[in-house]
Design a protein around this ligand. Structure first.
Ligand code: PHE
Length: 374
């Protein structure tokens, strides 16, 4: 009788561990990024960063005694597709947390789904303020656009000596609109003049109407807050219209495609970013070397922030000692961790306070200029 009980107990224990434990000894984490669509390099880089962090943790013994499984989904850079993959990851794949996504407008579609389901999310790179305002399960690993726009405006004013500025942005994109507004507000506060502030429709390829107005207003600097594809086209068209002055923009410029498409037109271009691979801090050097050895390419900001965001999420789960969403979000809220892109500690709105770098496009290369602290 005792023996029979022991067998029953053993069977129960074994099932408890291997049967009921989620996914049979695995912890599933969702990853999301645009692997296809208007900003495809963003999603590819993000995936590499997520995978690298997961592989490192698995090699070091996993998480809470289990292996971690990354389930990565393509949001195509579209909000509707973002909502679809968020639902799939949570309901079908049963992930316990999500690292994603890149574009603010798509994170804004995923965040309410995470919040309602109680599945914590860290966006590596969505910088629009509204993203983390969705609720207490939503975090980000990057600075926000009011800071990024301020850094751009100060750079234009101080370093470029600009006194008259113009801006162009995508009217259907929360990120580019918010970022241009942040630039404008700071530039005006510094005493500058905004001589043009032009919206273009989403998906446009001909920007001549807006750019003609901008060029006629004779700005000292033009702020372009779009993603790299649009930036390259805008640069080409504004150069054709005879503008030779500086172009300044934000993190959306960060892609090898910028110079591939934009060529000479994006020279005399500067943008704010989260990180530079040329940063001399030892942690950056070590990360860049490890990344190159694994993937054969250099990590851009997207890859680095995704790696950092995944590290933060896995550390949050470890500190929570649980895969329960409510416990993970509480652990994340109190975290303080040095990651590749800097120290992360969340403020009351679940945004980390971090520095920005300024990068110059020179000879077709991204050249690190300076780091700006908040
Ligand atoms: N910050 C952009 C957004 O919020 C996304 C992005 C981040 C693009 C980093 C490039 C590099 O939409």
């Amino acid at each position: 009788m005792k023996r029979a009980l022991l067998i029953v107990a053993t069977v129960l224990a074994v099932f408890g561990i291997f049967g009921c434990a989620q996914g049979g000894g695995e912890i599933k984490i969702g990853g999301v990024g645009p692997v296809t669509g208007e900003a495809a390099t963003f999603g590819v880089s993000t995936k590499m960063g997520c995978q690298m962090a997961v592989d490192e943790w698995n090699a070091a013994g996993g998480l809470l005694g289990k292996q971690i499984k990354l389930i990565y989904a393509d949001d195509k850079g579209e909000p509707a597709e973002g909502a679809t993959v968020w639902n799939k990851l949570i309901q079908q794949d049963k992930v316990v947390a999500i690292v994603g996504t890149v574009m603010s407008k798509v994170s804004l579609a995923g965040a309410p789904i995470s919040q309602a389901a109680g599945i914590p999310m860290i966006s590596p790179t969505s910088t629009n303020t509204k993203v983390t305002e969705v609720g207490d399960y939503i975090f980000r690993a990057c600075f926000i656009d009011p800071f990024q726009g301020t850094v751009g405006a100060k750079f234009a004013w101080d370093d470029l000596g600009a006194r008259k500025a113009a801006a162009i942005f995508d009217v259907g994109n929360d990120y580019t609109k918010g970022l241009s507004e942040a630039f404008r507000d700071k530039f005006l506060a510094l005493g500058g003049e905004m001589v043009a502030f032009e919206a273009h429709p989403t998906g446009a390829t001909d920007f001549k109407a807006q750019l003609t107005k901008i060029v006629q207003a004779m700005p000292d600097v033009v702020y372009v807050s779009d993603y790299y594809n649009d930036v390259a086209l805008i640069a080409k068209q504004i150069r054709e219209l005879g503008y030779t002055g500086p172009l300044v923009g934000g993190d959306g410029w960060d892609s090898p495609e910028l110079t591939a498409i934009g060529g000479a037109a994006v020279e005399n271009g500067f943008f704010t970013n989260h990180y530079s691979k040329d940063d001399t801090r030892p942690v950056v050097k070590e990360f860049v070397a490890k990344f190159k050895a694994k993937f054969g390419s250099e990590p851009d900001a997207l890859a680095t922030l995704a790696y950092d965001a995944m590290y933060l999420m896995l550390t949050g789960i470890k500190q929570a000692g649980s895969t329960e969403g409510a416990k993970i979000k509480d652990a994340l809220a109190g975290i303080s961790l040095d990651v590749v892109s800097g120290r992360v500690q969340f403020d009351a709105s679940r945004n980390p306070v971090k520095s920005a770098v300024i990068i110059e496009i020179k000879g077709g290369q991204q050249v690190y200029r300076t780091t700006v602290n908040p």
